[in-house]
Design a protein around this ligand. Structure first.
Ligand code: PLP
Length: 499
């Protein structure tokens, strides 16, 4: 039986009653590149604006100068892992054999791409300690929503039909330190958010969790957790937590947007998590920002595979062929075709170029860098939580609060010195949060230079607080009025500068 990708997708789409894609009857199945059939080609040229090359080049060059990326300088954005995207990733994703593929191509003409897809599914499962991954979701939050849909489908399939409305599992427990997308995804999935308190040290208040489970255990669909949490602290009682929630009949969801600290050290599956997502565009070095493209694969433990969305790529041992599966009863597709394949290629290139041995260094190096910054800055910046952090560290503003210089001012002053600001005012647990994540990529020289500048800013705050409060001074437009910028955005930036 020759099961083509085209046939499978058409089957799935028609089964779901969604907008159908179809190729002409006489579509030449021997096409191996994205050469479009005659019937789908333009009859006349598109009406595009006329512009000389030099003007176009200047336009894009100027736009690129308005941006700041990891390739421009240190970008210590906590919680959002701005990792360097190695050039080899780009080269591989741009290879014509990959970039020229069409998602409706017959599977026998794109076995190599399917092999990469399959291998990435497997690599992620191995790194996460779970059974199977779908690569369909296109962002971290999209992965969260998908994972919660999987959890909902599981409860619907396993619950007793006679259960009363109150007996339905509609509640999701989420620690108050969680990333904002967690409660948002739960709400979008039609579930109800119940907040779990944190202790003063930032970890989950297990007594509060226990109380909530006593009150509403039989209504709990899942608990969502990030570990290390958004403060960069590893939850010491994670095993106890997963056991408690399982005992109440709920599933454990792991927000694995940033797996940096764990890579090679430990795995969510081994901690008792049932469902998780990973951001390829954070943990696995593919670029992000500006709205994408991203990739948020979702993994599940054994026994939940049938609820994952489709399509999934499988390997047929007998035929030695990769094929595309659209199993009955699964969620259906949550994204376009296979998801963002270019992003997957970059992530897979990153995993392969590190290899099994070096992947194990990612967590320890990211952790070492964050702790080095923590120890060297704690004389000037207030460290609210003692002890080891993982891949990121949170300060609560300057130690010396008498000058009135805030975290916002420090962040703005960093721009003058050519650094991207860290994450500020998140997590919400402290008033002046300043969250720094150096990643494992940065050299000691880069980190030392950053530390020197942070000390310099602390000294400026003491000696000349106005200088810091009115920063930045070296950027084209100075300090932005955030409220005005939101109310009256100036979208013609270059015109406004020149005027
Ligand atoms: C970035 C992030 C997300 C969301 O990922 P997106 O790709 O931006 O949707 C979710 N959780 C955590 C902890 C994150 O850092």
């Amino acid at each position: 039986m020759n099961r083509t990708l085209y046939g499978n997708l058409i089957f799935e789409l028609s089964k779901k009653g969604r907008r159908g894609y179809s190729l002409p009857q006489d579509y030449d199945r021997t096409h191996t590149t994205a050469e479009l059939p005659e019937a789908l080609r333009r009859k006349e040229a598109a009406r595009l604006p006329e512009c000389d090359e030099l003007t176009v080049v200047r336009h894009y060059t100027n736009l690129s100068h308005n941006n700041f990326g990891v390739n421009d300088g240190f970008y210590p954005l906590g919680s959002c892992t701005m990792k360097y995207n190695p050039v080899i990733n780009e080269e591989i994703a741009a290879m014509k054999a990959f970039a020229g593929l069409h998602p409706l191509q017959p599977v026998d003409t794109c076995q190599g791409a399917l092999e990469v897809y399959f291998n990435l599914q497997q690599s992620l499962a191995e790194l996460a300690g779970l059974s199977e991954f779908t690569l369909n979701p296109c962002a971290g939050a999209h992965g969260e929503l998908t994972g919660l849909m999987v959890i909902r489908a599981y409860h619907e399939a396993t619950s007793v039909p006679s259960a009363s409305a109150e007996g339905q599992r509609t509640k999701v427990l989420i620690p108050d330190s969680a990333h904002g997308t967690n409660p948002a995804s739960a709400a979008v999935c039609g579930l109800e958010v119940v907040e779990v308190k944190s202790l003063p040290d930032g970890t989950v208040d297990v007594e509060h969790l226990s109380q909530l489970l006593d009150e509403m255990g039989d209504q709990v669909a899942a608990m969502m957790m990030t570990n290390p949490n958004t403060l960069g602290i590893f939850e010491p009682r994670v095993l106890e937590i997963t056991e408690m929630v399982h005992k109440a009949g709920g599933l454990m969801y792991y927000d694995g947007a940033n797996l940096n600290a764990l890579l090679g050290e430990c795995r969510p599956g081994d901690m008792g998590f049932d469902v998780m997502h990973i951001n390829l565009h954070k943990t696995f070095s593919t670029p992000h920002g500006g709205g994408g493209p991203g990739s948020g694969p979702v993994g599940v433990r054994k026994g939940l595979e049938q609820f994952l969305p489709t399509p999934r790529v499988i390997f047929n041992e007998e035929e030695k062929q990769f094929s595309v599966e659209v199993p009955e009863g699964a969620l259906g597709s949550v994204g376009n075709f296979f998801g963002n394949f270019g992003v997957m290629l970059k992530a897979y290139a990153y995993i392969l170029s590190l290899g099994r041995e070096n992947v194990k260094n990612v967590g320890p190096l990211a952790t070492l860098n964050a702790n080095y910054i923590k120890e060297r800055l704690r004389d000037d910046y207030l460290l609210p939580i003692e002890g080891l952090c993982k891949h990121e560290v949170v300060f609560d503003g300057l130690v010396d609060k008498s000058t009135g210089v805030t975290t916002m001012d420090v962040a703005k002053r960093l721009l003058d010195y050519g650094y991207h600001a860290p994450t500020i005012y998140f997590p919400l647990l402290f008033h002046e949060s300043l969250m720094i994540e150096p990643t494992e990529n940065e050299s000691k020289e880069t980190i030392d230079a950053f530390i020197d500048v942070m000390h310099k800013i602390a000294a400026e705050a003491k000696n000349d607080p106005e200088l810091v409060k009115s920063a930045p001074h070296n950027t084209p437009i100075g300090r932005v009025d955030d409220v005005l910028a939101a109310k009256q955005p100036v979208t013609t930036y270059w015109k406004s500068i020149k005027a």
